[in-house]
Design a binder for this molecule. Structure first.
Ligand code: ADP
Ligand code: ADP
Length: 226
């Protein structure tokens, strides 16, 4: 059984043509799926529909055998990482990381242990007392990724997570995301317009153009038969 199934999904924003047309995809557990294609081709729209941030106009979204179209988005248990980080500006880095655990009433000692572990994994140990404004772009993105990890989702959704970073940091974070995928053993769905990110990160790549899937294949096959 696929973990996530998109069945004839279409999206029409108010008064526009279809932004996504008859999108069909089965995503297995622990795949690293990359949506790639030019700006405006519908990548974010599909991701946001999976996350429950955008209404599905028609078609079905299944997760673990359950139809999700009409379920509360909270039940999807996915974590989304955005291009612009979406951190709480008034809270310390520690509290940003701890937030999802605190609202689930995880005991403080347990929170401290897990926040510390995650901070260590992402090289954030020295920054826990700071606020987001005192961090570099790469550091903020690490906090966003750390918060996503601590939510223990069934799938990580990432929307152009590296596109606000400079070239050097982008390369470094790409390697770190590959490492995280190997370590966490969870499904990743990743949106980018960057071919290198797609080819190096994805186990399968979905090529989109004007809201329509053009190709779905492994990086190797796409490279051999572009
Ligand atoms: P991508 O992520 O590939 O850049 P998007 O999914 O953001 O593409 O956009 C797909 C299409 O839907 C584009 O034509 C875009 O203009 C349109 N679109 C995206 N968001 C909205 C919105 N909130 N309202 C109306 N049209 C939108
Ligand atoms: P308590 O001592 O009340 O049992 P904690 O020590 O777990 O609770 O955390 C109290 C607060 O101290 C947290 O909400 C957090 O803001 C801050 N805090 C805890 N550990 C750290 C840390 N390693 N770095 C920065 N702030 C921390």
């Amino acid at each position: 059984m696929s973990q996530i199934r998109l069945n004839h999904i279409c999206k029409s924003y108010q008064g526009t043509d279809l932004a996504v047309k008859d999108f069909n995809l089965d995503i297995g557990e622990k795949e690293f799926i990359v949506f790639v294609g030019p700006s405006g081709c519908g990548k974010s729209t599909v991701l946001r529909m999976i996350a429950g941030l955008e209404e599905i106009t028609s078609g079905e979204l299944w997760m673990n055998g359950k139809l999700m179209n009409y379920e509360d988005p909270g039940k999807r248990n996915v974590s989304m990482v955005f291009q612009n980080y979406a951190l709480y500006p008034h809270m310390s880095i520690y509290d940003n990381l701890a937030f999802s655990l605190a609202i689930r009433k995880v005991p403080k000692k347990e929170i401290k242990k897990r926040v510390t572990e995650t901070a260590r994994m992402l090289g954030l140990e020295q920054l826990l007392d700071r606020r987001p404004a005192q961090l570099s772009g790469g550091q903020k993105q690490r906090v966003a990724i750390g918060s996503a990890i601590l939510r223990e989702p069934n799938a990580f959704l990432m929307d152009e997570p590296l596109s606000n970073l400079d070239a050097k940091m982008r390369t470094q974070m790409r390697v770190e995301i590959a490492g995280l995928y190997n370590r966490l053993n969870t499904t990743f769905i990743y949106v980018t317009h960057d071919q290198t990110e797609a080819m190096t990160l994805g186990t399968r790549i979905v090529v989109l153009k004007e809201g329509v899937i053009q190709q779905v294949d492994t990086p190797q096959n796409l490279y051999d038969h572009p």
